[in-house]
Ligand binder design. Structure first.
Ligand code: HEM
Length: 412
């Protein structure tokens, strides 16, 4: 049966990259509303781009027969956030093999270890903190220690601030242009050099590290042909583990913002009506972090009457899907109880991407992220005494990622 063909509504103009920077997380939703279509066409970075939002659209986007990832991410994002040669740009068997390595680090034991480290590092940092604490800046230090310890990367305690300063621009400035973009590139280069050096030392038998650690296992990982990874690629993959752990600081800041803005919901945890896990899930749904995922059309196909042409850049709106009123009742309300009887699917709640972990590009660190956030929330609610000073934490919807900059005041 032939499908009824429809034209994808198209935004006119030479390029809309500037609007993307200006409108940020609302860029795709604004066009979806304007054209009253969940699939729209625009132009970004000088080429045609299809933008989509929603659960069915996510299911399409994560169909690996229809989309591929090689060279899908813009080169400026590869040179900052992602790195070149990492798992994000692989397809097919090569991707499955590399992704299996990442998922092998996410065992229950390993996640328990990350939980213990998270609690330990918050305790350590608050043992010496001044009364006024900037949550985001403190979380970056805490999580840099968690990341390096959990991954088993050799480091000296005196260097911790340096590691944190180098890792942060990779995710804080990846969406910037100009000097911030250059700073982000420089940081990546330095980190890749350092890690590459450590990988080489380990392979030459000059480093003694825990053989069950991710650092050891990435360094000694063999591709499907039985070859060790190029040391540069090994460095990129080690960064793919430690960079995003530090980036959880953004979610930690939002978690504390939610505590500040929704004390009634904190009471709901305290009186047992909701669990801290529900609160955390709502933080990941409600607040903006990763705006969209990018892929390219593998071969011509028609879906819901729309023609997708081979090689077209395609963006799936992660933020928009988490605020889609056809999935979420009152999406713009912060309501953790919605997760009590939530019907989970791999495509309806996608702050860290959708689809399958093992076969698709869904975030390898999603369980780890949730564990770090939950332990952090519980630590703040049950283990320390603090209050919020007078403040007005704000964030911009075109700042990627946004950082509200919450402050707390520790009480003795
Ligand atoms: C800080 C919170 C995090 C957010 C918002 C986040 C978000 C994402 C997103 C949106 C993707 C891409 C999905 C796609 O392309 O379809 C992704 C991929 C990935 N993430 Fe995360 N992530 C986070 C934390 C982590 C952590 C803690 C780790 C590891 C410890 C991690 C490791 C990865 C890896 C390896 C990939 C590539 C997966 C693949 O291409 O198959 N992420 N993440």
């Amino acid at each position: 049966m032939s499908e009824h063909h429809k034209k994808i509504p198209k935004e006119t103009g030479i390029d809309h990259s500037i609007e993307l920077l200006k409108e940020g997380y609302n860029f795709i939703l604004n066009r979806v509303e304007k054209f009253d279509s969940r699939v729209v066409q625009t132009r970004l970075l000088g080429e045609k781009a299809i933008c989509m939002v929603g659960k069915n659209e996510a299911e399409l986007f994560y169909d690996t027969d229809k989309f591929f990832r090689e060279e899908a991410a813009p080169s400026r994002v590869q040179k900052t956030l992602l790195g070149v040669g990492g798992v994000q740009g692989l397809d097919g068997e090569e991707h499955r093999h590399r992704k299996a390595m990442f998922m092998s680090f996410m065992t229950r034991d390993s996640l328990n270890e990350v939980q213990n480290l998270t609690k330990r590092e918050w305790e350590r940092v608050f043992a010496h903190s001044p009364e006024e604490v900037n949550i985001y800046e403190t979380a970056k230090i805490v999580l840099t220690r968690v990341a390096l310890n959990w991954a088993g990367v050799p480091y000296k305690e005196v260097e911790i601030k340096n590691w944190s300063k180098r890792l942060s621009p990779l995710f804080e400035m990846a969406a910037n242009i100009g000097p911030k973009h250059i700073k982000s590139r420089r940081s990546r280069k330095k980190l890749e050099q350092t890690l590459q050096g450590l990988v080489k030392k380990l392979r030459e038998g000059q480093l003694d590290v825990n053989q069950s650690s991710p650092f050891y296992n990435v360094s000694m990982h063999r591709d499907s042909d039985g070859n060790l990874l190029d040391p540069h690629v090994a460095a990129v993959e080690i960064l793919n583990l430690i960079r995003p752990i530090v980036a959880i600081a953004v979610y930690v800041d939002f978690t504390l913002l939610a505590v500040y803005e929704h004390p009634d919901q904190v009471c709901e945890i305290q009186n047992g009506h909701i669990q801290s896990q529900h609160f955390i899930q709502e933080v990941r749904r409600y607040y903006p972090f990763f705006p969209f995922a990018v892929a390219r059309v593998k071969k011509d196909f028609t879906w819901n009457g729309f023609d997708f042409k081979k090689n077209t850049m395609t963006l799936l709106d992660l933020y928009g899907t988490n605020h889609d009123p056809t999935i979420w009742e009152s999406p713009n309300e912060f309501k953790p109880s919605r997760f009590k009887e939530w019907q989970e699917s791999p495509f309806n709640f996608i702050p860290q991407g959708g689809g399958e972990f093992d076969f698709g590009h869904r975030c390898a660190g999603e369980w780890l992220t949730i564990d770090v956030m939950r332990v952090t929330l519980e630590y703040f609610l049950h283990e320390i005494n603090f209050r919020f000073p007078e403040q007005n934490p704000e964030y911009d919807m075109n700042d990627i990622p946004p950082v509200p900059g919450v402050m707390i005041h520790l009480k003795g």
